[in-house]
Write a protein that binds this ligand. Sequence first.
Ligand SMILES: Nc1ncnc2c1ncn2[C@@H]1O[C@H](COP(=O)(O)OP(=O)(O)OP(=O)(O)O)[C@@H](O)[C@H]1O
Ligand SMILES: [Mg+2]
Length: 217
Amino acid sequence: MSHDLRTPLSIATMTLEMLRQVKDLSPETIELVIDRGLRATNAIERLAKSVLDVVKAENGEGIKVTATESAENIVQDIVNLTLPLAEKKSVQLRAQLRAPGKRVHCQKTHIEQVVGNLISNALKFTPEGGSITVSVEQEQAQIVFCVADTGGGIHSDHLERIFERFWQEDHAREQGTGLGLAIAKEIVEQEGGKIWAKSTPGRGSSFFFSLPCADGQ
Ligand SMILES: Nc1ncnc2c1ncn2[C@@H]1O[C@H](COP(=O)(O)OP(=O)(O)OP(=O)(O)O)[C@@H](O)[C@H]1O
Ligand SMILES: [Mg+2]
């Protein structure tokens, strides 16, 4: 984490200092330096946003739920939204809707963020030609959502740890900060649900979360 923040911060500082100290830079070099600085500040901004998301979820901010949402609509909307990203990576993304008419108490944007984080992981860890299935079904009084991929999978010793903040498998350290699943867990638990994962290394991973079915269903 400190590395994630320190590297872009020092790049941003360095580029500003360079612009101040070096007087005879060509317009092309100035452009390059500014570009580098902007990439660094964008990285800082993304990291700050992830940290703020964790804090918000932890405080239960905005999770005062008054409405019910269609479980199938949540899945279909987020799948439609992320379809272009999957197509770009030549990964098949499909929705499997098996909870017709079922509703859950939740704030739709929050649950969309959870499903979005899970799909973004699945896309990141599934090579070209693989597939991702986002499904929803009812199990007794719960609605269970699942994002299953055919990617590299997760070592069984690590399954307990992946929901910890900043925890990443060694091979994953170059991409992301290890906060997506921690944020997803906070949100799901704030909404009265549970989140868990299963995986077979080399064959894929499935992430599940459940939310209570809205009253009377
Ligand atoms: N679908 C998946 N397939 C394989 N490994 C996964 C998958 N999802 C999560 N992981 C493992 O769990 C770790 C934690 O995931 P998490 O989403 O919290 O962080 P991240 O994706 O590395 O970074 P961020 O979400 O902050 O961009 C990942 O770094 C990776 O090691
Ligand atoms: Mg992630």
